[in-house]
Design a protein. Structure first.
Length: 255
């Protein structure tokens, strides 16, 4: 993580800039989100599936200086698009950990950590700013809640949501801090795909959208039940009717 933080600083980024990250939903995305925070650079997670023109539009709207992505992107104005960061960052000489730590402390906990584009049900990016202080508070609350398995380190959390979305990023971060192992799975999936993964990968917890759970109800009876070893299934972002909740508890998560 330190080498990636150093890489970002060598790109000329500072605490006054905004960094867009449009990487695939895997460990590279997670590491860069953490490295940006460590370097004190406000980060904007972007869905890597967006077209280059859509990424440019977001960059202009939210004042993003650099977007680190996974595909060739059209240059526009004075924006810099960096598409080969993995090899460059891994080969970058790590910055002095003491210097990075001092820089982070000097910023203050109210400094912006992340600008979230999640928009709830509107489908339109809002750009809510989350400070380091608020993010730390969220992590502490999550670890004290029943929504993250913290009883023993090494639990396996299946990350199904895009890391550019608030819920996907938050729950991945919560489980990482809790000492759990993140298992990444392509976010665009059908219920017939995710159910075998929950069993074959020996998953202990996951976050499913209500739409995912309702789709699972359409599976054959023998395929719709999550195996008993999966201890926690969290859902949210949209309401479920009492009837739907009952069906999900009885038919998908009876254990």
């Amino acid at each position: 993580m330190a080498s990636r933080a150093a890489y970002l600083l060598q790109k000329g980024l500072s605490s006054d800039d905004r960094l867009g990250i449009a990487l695939r939903d895997d460990s590279d995305m997670m590491l860069m989100l953490l490295a940006a925070g460590y370097a004190g650079i406000p980060v904007v997670p972007i869905n890597w599936r967006l077209s280059p023109s859509a990424q440019v539009e977001l960059a202009e709207r939210f004042g993003i200086k650099i977007i680190i992505g996974v595909r060739p992107t059209t240059r526009n104005c004075d924006l810099l698009f960096d598409n080969c960061f993995v090899e460059q960052a891994d080969n970058c000489e790590a910055a002095d950990a003491f210097s990075l730590t001092n820089q982070y402390k000097c910023l203050g906990r109210d400094h912006a950590y992340m600008i979230k584009l999640s928009s709830g049900s509107t489908g339109y990016p809002k750009g809510a700013v989350v400070s380091h202080k608020v993010m730390l508070l969220r992590v502490k609350l999550a670890l004290a809640s029943p929504y993250v398995l913290t009883h023993s380190a090494g639990r396996r959390h299946l990350s199904l949501l895009p890391l550019a979305f608030s819920a996907g990023c938050n729950y991945a971060l919560y489980n990482l801090v809790a000492g759990n192992t993140l298992v990444f799975f392509p976010p665009i999936f059908g219920s017939d795909e995710v159910m075998p993964v929950l069993s074959e990968k020996y998953i202990d917890s996951t976050f499913l959208l209500p739409a995912h759970l309702l789709d699972m109800l359409r599976l054959d009876e023998e395929k719709r039940r999550i195996r008993s070893a999966t201890a926690l299934v969290v859902t949210g972002t949209a309401p479920l009717s009492p009837e739907q909740r009952t069906s999900i508890l009885d038919e998908i998560t009876p254990n």
